[in-house]
Design a protein around this ligand. Sequence first.
Ligand SMILES: [Zn+2]
Ligand SMILES: [Zn+2]
Length: 130
Amino acid sequence: MNAKLNITQTAALSALREAGRPLTAYEVLDVLRASRHSAAPPTAYRALGKLIELGLAHRLESVNAYVACCAEHEEAQPAFSICGDCGAVAELTDPTIGAGIAAIAAQGGFAPTKSVIELHGRCASCRGNA
Ligand SMILES: [Zn+2]
Ligand SMILES: [Zn+2]
């Protein structure tokens, strides 16, 4: 386990990893409360914020939930596919995604500080079983 994490952050990260789907901050809070009854929403938000800062988790803006990072992408822009049927989320990383966005933005003289790429649709297993 990551030595930079305190007990609460470690518990939040385990919750995200074990869930196998995006969790809202309140779902993470429920897990934290199992071991620390006094945990309040700011506790969950702080822990999640730290995990994001360390690159161990991501916030899915379009569904307002959090997932553990499951890729080695360093600074590269991650993209996420979110299945509308089963809720499965996959983290897609490819250096061309960020490079493509940077190039398009630069054409208009725009300097992006953040971009969010979240694809909604149906995952391979939901499509295959249809
Ligand atoms: Zn990631
Ligand atoms: Zn699915």
